[in-house]
Ligand binder design. Structure first.
Ligand code: URA
Length: 436
């Protein structure tokens, strides 16, 4: 087989066989297919799509490109979660400790920023010393001992996805539904949790911008989970405006810490409790979502979730004093509030544009492997539906240089839209899809 024939076949809108997909993925993993051919193939998939069967074959080929863990021999039950990618999405940092504090082990393999969307690993690495590159043996030992682990994709787990993910990030090929579904599910299958909650983002800052494509992605992932013998729930959640208030690595960690202490934004807290409740339900810790919400809220409010976060940080080598006093986290040289240019009701805060502005500030990558600046970002102060007066603070920019601060101000003001009429606030969730 030749990679070029497989690229041409997809370019010409034909369905690939399982053997062709297996060949492409194993040759790419073994460095026998170069990045430029894989990028051309990814672009052909983005333009021409894949059938559900091709997507399932791609998922299994990527999962099987490395080790497949089986966590059932490590802990009696565990649950995983994954977000399809958004702006300001620091949910994992709050939800994992809540679920672990509620008695259900959580084992998660997370990703880095992708395109305009942030990644949990980049956020966590704002904490001095914290390691996310645990080996499989360390991951398993930590899960057994502490019931909570959050790691990067090891070289041995779904390595094909690791390589393809980095390539997609810088070749404009992220928003292809089959590539997103197979990327997420190959990691979930490789990491071995028997149940997974999928937080599928929908809106301007998501890779699926309308509810229909969000539903398609959610159904596809739930079907793949079922096929591989796992339980899954997909939540369709809003990503038209950023989630929470902070967008940027260290400032998102600070917001997660505030939420774990009970002082984060109420809407972000509700989002986290809902995701946690579905994880607890899927992990059979509770019988209904309402019971899950109650248990999750208790674990958060009595401080146990915060203790689990500290355990996670310390188990992975992080400096616990820098989360006890978040002043120890990276801080940008220039921090400045920006005032509303007019009075009115906010009708849009374009999440993708906000994410792109943070990438331009240095908080995400524009080329493969680029170093990021953990300190930079933006804090959104007002949300869609809010009535705002002229000159009231609208957002705060955290930048490394004066010039970058000025550019971000312009980019961010352009991301806000106004109305003279009242505007309804955006919902947190749109729908839920279960595997059973
Ligand atoms: N998250 C992933 O892990 N992969 C994608 O392709 C998008 C979001």
């Amino acid at each position: 087989m030749r990679a070029v024939d497989i690229i041409v076949k997809k370019r010409d809108k034909q369905e690939l066989t399982r053997e062709e997909i297996d060949y492409l993925i194993s040759a790419f993993t073994a460095d026998r297919v170069p990045d430029y051919q894989m990028a051309a193939w990814a672009m052909a998939v983005l333009l021409n799509g894949m059938t559900d069967r091709e997507t399932t074959d791609l998922t299994m080929a990527m999962a099987e490109s490395g080790d497949l863990l089986d966590l059932s021999s490590v802990v009696p039950a565990s649950v995983d979660k994954h977000s399809s990618g958004g702006v300001g999405d620091k949910t994992t940092l709050v939800v994992e400790p809540i679920v672990s504090a509620s008695g259900l082990p959580v084992a998660k393999m997370s990703g880095r920023g992708l395109g305009h969307s942030g990644g949990t690993l980049d956020k966590l690495e704002s904490i001095p010393g914290l390691r996310t590159n645990l080996t499989e043996a360390e991951f398993i030992a930590q899960l057994r001992e502490h019931g909570i682990a959050l790691i990067s994709q090891t070289a041995d787990m779904a390595p094909a996805d690791g390589k393809l993910y980095a390539l997609r990030d810088v070749t404009g090929t992220v928003p292809a539904i089959p590539l997103i579904a197979s990327s997420i599910m190959s990691k979930k299958i490789a990491a071995g949790a028997p149940a997974v909650v999928l937080d599928v983002k929908v809106g301007l800052g998501a890779f699926t911008q309308d509810l229909e494509s969000g539903r398609h992605l959610a159904r596809l992932m739930v079907a793949i989970a079922k096929l591989s013998g796992r339980k899954a729930t997909a939540l369709l959640s809003d990503m038209n405006q950023p989630l929470g208030r902070a967008v940027g690595n260290a400032i998102e960690v600070k917001e997660a810490i505030a939420t774990l202490h009970g002082s984060g934004p109420a809407d972000f807290r509700e989002h986290c409790l809902t995701v946690a409740a579905h994880m607890l339900l899927l992990g059979s810790m509770v019988a209904t979502v309402d019971e899950g919400l109650e248990l999750a809220a208790r674990s958060l409010d009595d401080g146990r979730a915060w203790e689990r976060f500290r355990v996670l940080v310390s188990a992975q080598g992080g400096d616990v004093s820098s989360v006890d006093d978040p002043a120890g986290l990276p801080v940008a040289a220039h921090i400045e509030p920006v005032a509303a240019p007019r009075s009115g009701f906010l009708s849009q805060i374009h999440a993708r544009r906000v994410g792109e502005a943070v990438v331009r500030l240095g908080g995400g990558r524009e080329t493969k492997g680029q170093q990021i600046d953990h300190a930079v970002g933006v804090e959104i102060l007002r949300l869609v539906g809010d009535e705002v007066s002229e000159n009231e603070p609208l957002f705060v920019v955290h930048a490394a240089t004066r010039g970058e601060l000025e550019r971000a101000k312009r980019d961010l003001l352009a991301a806000h839209r106004w109305s003279d009429e009242p505007v309804a606030p955006l919902p947190l969730f749109y729908d839920t899809i279960h595997s059973e």
